[in-house]
Write a protein that binds this ligand. Structure first.
Ligand SMILES: *Cc1c(COP(=O)(O)O)cnc(C)c1O
Length: 215
C-alpha cells in the first residue's frame, strides 16, 4: 500500500472533528508531498533542524507541529513559522517561546505535555505542575496554551492504555472548567489512536501508519 492510500484510510477511520497530524520525522520531502497531494496539511516533526529544513523547501501552506522534546536554545529557529508546539514542559521554555514569538510579532499556540505513562523515561508534567504552569503562563501574551498532549505507555495492555488516556481526559475536562482557552487534547499514535479517540482525543499524531516503518 502507498502513502496516498494509507492517508485516505486513516482519514476514513476517524471522526471529522479529530485533527490528523501526519508525523513525518525521518521521512523525505517526496514522501511528505505524497500526503500533501492527498490534501494533508498538518505535519509533525520531533527535531528542530529537520523540521526547519523541510519547512524551507516544502509548500508554505503546510502547518508544522513540533511534537518532540524542545530545547530552549532552539526555539528561535522555529518561532517564525511553527503552528503548534505539543511538548511544552517547563516555565523556562514558556518564557523563551514567549520571547521568540514576541520578536516575530506573533502568538505561538502550545500544548502542555502531561506525563501519563507509567514508564519513567517519558517527558511530561504532573497534573499539579501543569496547573501551576498554566496559571503562571497567562501573563505572557505571545504564547497561548491551547491544550494538553500525552503519550500512553508502550504496552500491548489495552486496559492500561485506556486508563492512561481516560485519566488525561478527566484532567483536561477539570482544567478546562478553570481555563476556558483549552481546546485541544492531543493523544493517540498509530498503535493506539482508536482508543485515544474513544477517550476524548481531538488531535492524533500518526507516523508509521501513514509513512510506513521508520529506519
Ligand atoms: C513519532 C511520534 C509519533 C508517531 O508515532 P507512530 O507510532 O509512528 O504513529 C507521535 N507522537 C510523537 C510525540 C512522536 O514522537
Amino acid at each position: 500500500m502507498n502513502i496516498k492510500t494509507r492517508i485516505k484510510e486513516t482519514l476514513n477511520s476517524i471522526p471529522k472533528y479529530v485533527d490528523l497530524v501526519a508525523i513525518s520525522k525521518t521521512k523525505s520531502s517526496e514522501e511528505i508531498i505524497q500526503a500533501y497531494d492527498e490534501g494533508q496539511r498538518i505535519f509533525g516533526e520531533n527535531k528542530v533542524q529537520e523540521m526547519t529544513e523541510k519547512q524551507q523547501i516544502l509548500p508554505s501552506d503546510i502547518k508544522w507541529h513540533m511534537v518532540g522534546h524542545l530545547q530552549r536554545n532552539k526555539v528561535k529557529y522555529i518561532a517564525s513559522y511553527v503552528s503548534l508546539i505539543h511538548s511544552v514542559d517547563s516555565m523556562k521554555l514558556i518564557i523563551e517561546i514567549n520571547k521568540q514569538a514576541n520578536k516575530n510579532q506573533r502568538i505561538i499556540p502550545c500544548l502542555l505535555q502531561i506525563k501519563i505513562a507509567g514508564e519513567t523515561t517519558k517527558f511530561g508534567l504532573s497534573e499539579d505542575d501543569a496547573t501551576q504552569l498554566l496559571e503562571n503562563s497567562i501573563k505572557y501574551k505571545n504564547i497561548k496554551i491551547n491544550g494538553l498532549m500525552g503519550m500512553a505507555s508502550l504496552t500491548k495492555n489495552e486496559l492500561q492504555i485506556h486508563n492512561e488516556f481516560k485519566k488525561l481526559k478527566n484532567f483536561f475536562d477539570q482544567l478546562k472548567s478553570k481555563f476556558n482557552q483549552l481546546k485541544i487534547l492531543s493523544m493517540g499514535m498509530s498503535s493506539d489512536y482508536k482508543l485515544a479517540i474513544k477517550n476524548g482525543s481531538n488531535m492524533i499524531r500518526i507516523g508509521s501508519q501513514i509513512f510506513g516503518p521508520r529506519n
